[in-house]
Write a new protein. Structure first.
Length: 353
């Protein structure tokens, strides 16, 4: 049995039209993205819905004479989704956003058919734009761990420019690369974790630092004390981890296999799942709702939403196999389980239109 998840032609056409409308009003959107929107909130704050609806209403006023009334509300909702996607991208890249002229974003945002910004593709497009300051391009490369570009841009910068980098963005991924490049050594994942992640988790509770795209560095061997420190912040970790981190290794380095052992991306993610369950969940109060949240988010936000680029269904199956049997019994009683069961038992793949 095959289950093909892809946007319908009708949905794709509507989203393409909505994106065209948004691009025509892109500068109006950016004008509304004031510092107060981001600097006064924590990085995982999802408020601001009213503000995004106000922006959407302003944009859709121009559609009243060209779009039938029956289609106006669906189109308004699609534009709202696109506005929200830009909002969250800016929230997570605000330090970079403030150093780039807004006119460059119109051409560099990489949009998928489902209305999501392809973050790594967008990052690569910005890095390649020589109109942008080399320090900003370097910061973006560090955030997304694009090694070749990091090395190249580092060699292009003067000492004065290198000294300006941390004034643009001082997140751990940038600090790590800066320190290692100065001693001409590539930072290892283990070094990054041991130096930055544990104090980061402890210090970031309630801070305003952006989410780290380098969560995918987590599956490394750590000392018992480090494991305990990480697990003690279980509630914070689950709340802040973005499932997009699973797909990051697939996109970077043009799909090249990772690490010296060269595992396939799905093997990498399975090791992530193994580590997550054996170390973090071991310290959690084994509650079924914790697992349900992870499973449902992956199902609703990735698989059913048509996110392409990674086999989330296979990862879903891997996670399910690791859930304790007593908790599986509770999850099976939930209303959403039949759909979950169907997806986990299909030969699943994405098909790009």
């Amino acid at each position: 049995m095959e289950l093909v998840i892809r946007p319908s032609l009708q949905y794709s056409a509507a989203m393409t039209f909505a994106l065209k409308i948004l691009n025509d009003h892109i500068f109006e959107v950016f004008e509304e993205l004031t510092p107060e929107t981001y600097l006064m909130k924590t990085p995982f704050d999802f408020s601001g819905e009213q503000g995004r609806w106000i922006i959407t209403q302003k944009i859709t006023r121009s559609l009243t004479n060209v779009v039938p009334n029956s289609l106006l509300e669906p189109m308004r909702y699609r534009i709202y989704l696109l506005v929200s996607e830009i909002h969250f991208w800016v929230r997570d890249h605000y330090s970079v956003f403030t150093h780039i002229e807004k006119r460059y974003f119109r051409n560099h945002f990489s949009w998928g058919l489902e209305g999501k910004i392809g973050r790594v593709k967008t990052a690569k497009a910005l890095i390649q734009d020589k109109n942008l300051d080399v320090t900003v391009r370097f910061v973006i490369a560090c955030i997304y761990d694009i090694e070749y570009e990091i090395q190249l841009l580092w060699s292009m910068m003067t000492e004065l420019q290198k000294g300006e980098v941390l004034h643009i963005d001082s997140r751990p991924a940038v600090q790590s690369w800066m320190e290692q490049l100065r001693i001409e050594r590539k930072p290892t994942w283990a070094q990054w974790i041991r130096k930055y992640l544990n104090p980061l988790i402890i210090s970031r509770k309630g801070s305003c630092e952006p989410p780290q795209s380098s969560c995918s560095r987590i599956p490394v061997l750590m000392h018992a004390e480090e494991q305990y420190q990480l697990a003690s912040s279980f509630d914070f970790l689950i709340g802040s981890m973005d499932l997009d981190d699973f797909s990051l290794p697939v996109y970077q380095r043009d799909g090249a296999e990772l690490l010296s052992e060269k595992p396939k991306p799905i093997q990498f993610c399975k090791s992530y799942a193994d580590w997550l369950f054996t170390i973090v969940f071991r310290y959690a109060a084994y509650r079924s709702d914790v697992f349900e949240i992870v499973l449902q988010d992956m199902l609703r936000m990735k698989i059913l939403y048509g996110v392409q680029g990674f086999d989330y269904a296979q990862l879903l199956q891997s996670l399910w196999r690791k859930i304790p049997s007593n908790l599986k019994k509770l999850i099976k009683k939930r209303e959403h389980f039949p759909l979950l069961h169907t997806v986990m038992n299909c030969d699943f793949f994405y098909e790009v239109i």
